[in-house]
Design a protein around this ligand. Sequence first.
Ligand code: 0X9
Ligand code: ZN
Length: 432
Amino acid sequence: MDLRHGKVFPSALLLLKLWITLLLNPGISRAASVDYDGWKVLEVYLETVSDDVIPPTLIKLEDMEAEGYLALLSVSKVKGTAEVTVSPEALEDLTKMQDDGLITFDIISDNLGKILESETRQQQQRKVLRSSITFDSYMSYNDMTSYLESLEAEYPNKVRVKEVGKSVEMRPIYLVRLTNNIGDNTEKNVVFIDGGIHAREWVSPHSALYIIKNLLSASKFTENTEWQIIPMLNPDGYVYTWESNRMWRKNRASFSTCHGVDLNRNFGYKWGGLGTSNNPCSDIYKGPSAFSEPESQALRDAMLPLAGKVKAYITFHSYGQYIIYPWGYSTQVTHPQTATMNQAGKVMARKIKRQTGAVYRVGNSAVSYYPAAGASDDWTSHEMKVTYVYTIELRDTGSYGFIIPANQILPTVKDAWTAAKYMGKLVERKYT
Ligand code: 0X9
Ligand code: ZN
């Protein structure tokens, strides 16, 4: 079947049927607690389109996702695929669509619910001491918070922990500052890192915490550079993934129809452009206005006073194993620092490969994924004039996606630490 031309999507009758299914089977983005038993993960093939055109199949998948009919997990332009998870009922309809030549997909995982069950079992076996962190099982929001709240007292010469905002549900958003002799207030170059923008991407905040932990004992990286790290930008979303819906992505802002703004569509550069949605039920909802959300405001307000000092910015996401750089809002506008970011990104990927064996692809984010406007990387690049700006999509490449097993946390956070160390060294070499 050729998906490039002609009709890709279902007849009016089929759409009507999807709606009825939906009414009988309320959407995952609206449900209070979601059971994924029997849900399959599909790899859907996307049409090849010219630059800055979003493939019709992807647009349709996004619409179906906003209708609560499936959950979109990831997209890759390089692979020409989107991964989605669907309920057994929805699969029947998608299979009909496939039979009618309207869509092409493979089933890549048979039961998401079983994978989630085994994650829950692993979690139940863990025991954590307060104020310690672990990378052999996932930490809860409380584990992370107690660790962060203990740091300043334990490392008074090196650490300051500041609340830079509160989430929609009034949880604190912490910024950790790390440098040698922090009390001296010496002006130093800053490497800025965040994690946890997207709730379900659990390896992201773990990576930021692993970097903090390692910086505490590696004083050569904190001699001439100050690290500013927000490990958990979306605490409400993270808690929600633990308590109600493991696949939740957005924050927990409340709207009349649905919950949540995609914080990585809420930043104030090219806000509302390509790859964003006006619909609060969509996973890529841009929010009512740029920086409408306290979480994106917290990142903005923590960074703005550092104008001229921030030399590198890494925002950790998952999954896919990509190191991507701006502009993400369009493939048509080439960033003036493209060569510099590409070259350093490639060195970073080589170092990760050497350290841990993992292969990360390097490229422009609109090209590697699809254009998506209003993300934190583009804003930082544009507003803060930072040269080295990266979104790092951590492990894996799709076998487990967001639910990567606990025994892969450590290798994944090591990828992140290798990337961060390299950024630290580069900033020191170029700017000190
Ligand atoms: O879509 C996103 O926000 C990021 N991917 S994720 O799967 N973690 O959701 C990629 C953002 C890349 N940056 C820009 N498009 N500006
Ligand atoms: Zn993400």
